[in-house]
Design a protein around this ligand. Structure first.
Ligand code: UDP
Ligand code: MG
Length: 151
């Protein structure tokens, strides 16, 4: 099974969309294995968004992600990284398809309500940044017999 890191950003928390994000990922078939509400320090924000350090939007991005609580999560499942990104939709809400979280609930790229790792290596790195191993406690869902064909 693969794991991915997902976070409801401060705008998603502030707008009461935590349940919506969790519900959609849960109903899709992913398994929730870690969850916490927290404030992101500037240092953690910088490490999390390391790849964007030289981008013009980096300062605003760090200010935004540290501006209020987030809900950090780890989700597990076959191809979890790509599955979660599809449920989230395109980075820019103007381009995100309806039926996706960003397509249905967001207006601006800088306030796009969720984060999701963009590949397996990023997922591993981000899970390590936000969770200790003993905070991850997943177990199979009984209905996985039906979520996966098993062949
Ligand atoms: N972002 C932004 N302006 C941009 C591009 C990105 O404010 O021009 C923000 C946006 O909130 C995005 C985050 O920076 O979610 C990280 O960018 P990335 O390209 O990694 O998008 P994501 O992986 O979140 O879809
Ligand atoms: Mg990204």
């Amino acid at each position: 099974m693969d794991r991915t890191f997902v976070a409801v950003k401060p705008d998603g928390v502030g707008r009461g969309l935590v349940g919506e994000v969790i519900g959609r990922l849960e109903r899709k078939g992913l398994r929730l294995v870690g969850l916490k509400m927290m404030r992101v320090s500037e240092e953690l924000a910088g490490r999390h968004y390391e790849a964007h350090r030289e981008k013009p939007f980096f300062g605003g991005l760090v200010r935004f992600i540290t501006s209020g609580p987030i809900v950090a999560m780890v989700w597990e499942g076959q191809d979890a990284v790509a599955i979660a990104r599809t449920v989230m939709g395109a980075t820019d809400p103007a381009k995100a398809a309806p039926g996706t979280l960003r397509g249905d609930f967001a207006m601006q790229i800088a306030a796009n309500i969720v984060h999701g790792s963009d590949g397996p290596e990023a997922a591993e790195r981000e899970i390590d940044l936000f969770f200790r191993p003993d905070e991850l406690v997943g177990q199979p869902r009984p209905e996985e017999e039906w979520i996966y064909a098993g062949n």
